[in-house]
Design a binder for this molecule. Structure first.
Ligand SMILES: [Zn+2]
Length: 324
């Protein structure tokens, strides 16, 4: 594994890649093709002491890179830990390694916190969700607390929250000290649509067993005003034809939800039209995430932002933020 690690760093250097996350064991968040019931695979995954291996990889990384004075990429140290205390200890471990080998990472990448279902409940079990409900909020707590824990010791260095850039997380991440994050959900939600769904897109009734592409509703309009709908991904058939679009370039090209549905419905006769409808939905969702990232730095704290954009999401985040 150490050789793979060295190959990885050398590869990034040869290609002059700007930024790399230190070599680590990534979490396995999705299980496909009966992997859930694969006893051999799950037995193996369960037998791994990930924190132990990751700490060793951090040390080997520092040893390897400390001598490479002309190493091109910026390197983010991957921080891990099952609990908040483990996370804090990992951060201490990284800072000690830096001292010991006279090496300095460019920044930090927070790992293992993207899925609250896989996080230890101690990250969020002391939070009172009674007023706001857990749904849509519980997943923001682990990344926010991990950002705070690392920011307390990172000085002014960049912090990337790996996989934690879903819409509800963005404001919390930002105000808890993250400088960047990523997410696949806008593209994933659009990719959910099955061929069957394209025949049912004009039927607004809920079809629980049919996978539709989902449209991101809620968020903030291009003119900076708050949108009326609660923020979530909604199956395209359930989005009202009359819902005004947000004014982003993709929505401007689409013209209306009805036009998007018309393109989506053409799957059999014109696959490109269906593909285009999904691209429009995906680009709109990405643009909404980006818009929020542009707006947040205009505010000095989360409360001011939430007061200026009092959606249900933001009112809930304000309640949560007090308890972090
Ligand atoms: Zn839009």
């Amino acid at each position: 594994m150490i050789q793979h690690m060295k190959d990885y760093y050398d590869f990034a250097d040869r290609l002059k890649i700007d930024l790399v996350v230190s070599f680590d064991l990534g979490g396995k968040y999705t299980k496909k093709d009966n992997e859930n019931t694969n006893r051999k695979l799950n037995g193996f995954l369960g037998s791994i002491d990930a924190d132990k291996i990751n700490n060793r990889l951090l040390e080997e990384t520092v040893k390897y890179l400390a001598d490479k004075h002309s190493y091109y990429p910026y390197v983010l140290a991957a921080v891990h830990g099952a609990t908040r205390a483990d996370y804090d200890a990992c951060m201490d471990h990284i800072l000690e390694l830096e001292k010991k080998y006279s090496y300095s990472f460019w920044g930090f990448a927070l790992g293992g916190i993207a899925s609250y279902r896989q996080a230890d409940p101690s990250w969020y079990q002391d939070i009172n969700f009674r007023q706001i409900g857990k749904r849509g909020f519980v997943e923001t707590v682990t990344p926010a607390r991990a950002c705070r824990t690392v920011r307390a010791k990172a000085g002014a260095r960049p912090i990337h929250a790996l996989g934690c850039g879903g819409y509800p997380n963005i404001a919390m991440n930002y105000f808890c000290g993250a400088t960047s994050f990523d997410t696949a959900s806008p593209v994933r939600r659009v990719g959910d649509g099955s061929a069957e769904s394209t025949k049912l897109v004009y039927d607004a009734r809920p079809h629980d067993k049919v996978a539709f592409s989902k449209y991101f509703v809620g968020g903030i309009n291009a003119d900076g005003t708050l949108r009326a709908e609660p923020c979530s991904y909604v199956k395209l058939n359930e989005v009202a034809d009359t819902m005004p679009l947000c004014g982003c370039p993709a929505c401007a090209a689409a013209g209306s939800i009805k036009n998007i549905k018309d393109l989506y419905a053409k799957k059999e006769s014109d696959g490109e039209a269906n593909y285009f409808s999904r691209q429009l939905m995906g680009l709109h969702a990405v643009w909404q995430h980006r818009r929020l990232c542009e707006i947040l730095p205009q505010f000095s704290d989360l409360n001011d932002f939430c007061d200026a954009y009092p959606s249900n999401l933001n009112k809930g985040l304000k309640q949560l933020y007090k308890q972090l």
